[in-house]
Design a protein around this ligand. Structure first.
Ligand SMILES: [Fe+2]
Length: 155
């Protein structure tokens, strides 16, 4: 499900600024050509705040499990896969160079193509639903991934 503007304007700017200064960016093995970082401490505040939103939205009790940030360039893509880092996930666009559409595909019984704009997130069960990012159309796209464990239902 999409949550529009899950990141505040100020948070987007902060994350971009942290990323720009971050010195431990790695060439990513999961999406060829991209730069990424995993389990980065500067994301923990946002990981936690968004957990609270997702708990309200889904009724699940969640705990932070894994985070990542990745910079895609035009033409980069993420092959179809299921996650192994966490059962529940949200993918959020922090920043993209323009308003072009950069599709994500989620393989439910009827595959769904999702377009997110800056600040929007899409949450899903990443270990159950295969998903992919098609070739990025924008010159660049900075994205974060927050993974959570699901515990018992709140209600
Ligand atoms: Fe994934």
């Amino acid at each position: 499900m999409i949550i529009k503007n899950i990141l505040l304007e100020k948070e987007k700017e902060e994350i971009v600024s942290y990323w720009d200064k971050y010195t431990n960016k790695k060439k990513d093995h999961q999406a060829k050509g991209t730069l990424a970082a995993r389990q980065v401490s500067f994301l923990s505040t946002y990981h936690n705040r968004i957990k609270l939103i997702l708990e309200k939205e889904t009724g699940f009790r969640l705990s932070e499990q894994f985070n990542a940030i990745r910079l895609y360039k035009k033409g980069d893509k993420l092959e179809k896969h299921i996650d192994n880092a966490a059962p529940f996930a949200i993918t959020i666009v922090v920043k993209q160079s323009d308003l072009k559409h950069n599709p994500l595909v989620f393989y439910f019984d009827n595959p769904q193509t999702i377009i997110l704009q800056e600040g929007d997130g899409y949450y899903f069960k990443g270990m159950e639903i295969p998903h992919e990012r098609l070739e990025v159309q924008s010159d660049y796209l900075l994205h974060i991934y927050f993974g959570y464990n699901i515990h018992d239902k709140l209600i």
